[in-house]
Design a protein. Structure first.
Length: 254
């Protein structure tokens, strides 16, 4: 099973939006997808129209109180299921490092999961414990960054964390950068994306535009492909999904 980790060095970069819509696009392509919410804010469930998160959640799974399969919940999107999060998960930022081998805790849990082709993991803001265990559990990391100069300067911190996780986990085969919150009407945004492309070349995937429709879709509990099919945001996520699938398949064969 391929596992895609969505990570960023800061909040407000669209991690939950990308997790949801990337997962929905892959499900539409025929993949059996499970989304894992590693963010204690639990926004992924809300973006899927789940207003009340029932136990068990990822916290119960990672503390050994229930098997992963028991925490998987259906969504209204075909072939797309969810392991939700709640505020209890925040306690793992302190609890996990007390374990002897905490870095592989999520990886070990996912090892035995059957019946899915792909897992997509949403992570909390920053590069803390939960983000790190998600990276170690993954096969591909997507590092999100908005087209802002200060965010670009901090991008290297996220990439260093990804590379550290790669040294610990051979299955984390590759990473790529996804520019998000893109507004091509501003020169600053265009110039920053050009700099990122110059620095990282084909590691930079298609950009995700900043659109009100994407936020409206989340408010309605739907991925953008169902809320506004044919919109430029829906087209952008469809293209991103194709690139991510190709990246995972290419690196798997090398």
């Amino acid at each position: 099973m391929e596992c895609i980790c969505i990570v960023s060095h800061k909040g407000g970069t669209g991690k939950t939006t990308v997790t949801l819509n990337l997962g929905a696009e892959c499900a539409a392509a025929g993949f059996r997808v499970v989304l894992l919410d590693c963010d204690p804010q639990g926004a992924l469930a809300a973006a899927l129209g789940i207003t009340i998160v029932s136990k068990p959640t990822l916290y119960e799974v990672m503390t050994g109180n229930c098997p992963l399969i028991a925490a998987i919940k259906p969504t209204r999107v075909e072939r797309l299921q969810l392991v939700a999060a709640d505020l209890d998960l925040s306690g793992l930022e302190v609890e996990l490092p007390r374990r002897q081998v905490w870095q592989t805790s999520l990886s070990n849990i996912l090892e035995g999961l059957e019946g899915f082709d792909l897992a997509v993991i949403d992570t909390p803001p920053g590069l803390g414990v939960l983000s790190y265990v998600a990276l170690v559990a993954s096969t591909v990391a997507l590092v999100l960054t908005p087209p802002e100069f200060l965010a670009y300067r901090a991008l290297r911190l996220a990439l260093e964390t990804v590379e550290r996780a790669q040294r610990q986990s051979p299955k984390l085969r590759s990473w790529a950068i996804v520019p998000t919150m893109m507004n091509r009407q501003t020169r600053h945004a265009r110039e920053v994306v050009e700099i990122i492309q110059e620095d990282y070349g084909d590691r930079v995937l298609s950009e995700v535009p900043r659109r009100v429709a994407v936020q409206d879709a989340a408010l309605s509990g739907l991925p953008i492909r169902e809320y506004a099919p044919g919109s430029d945001a829906a087209v952008a996520f469809a293209q991103l999904a194709k690139e991510v699938i190709a990246l995972a398949q290419t690196t798997k064969s090398t």
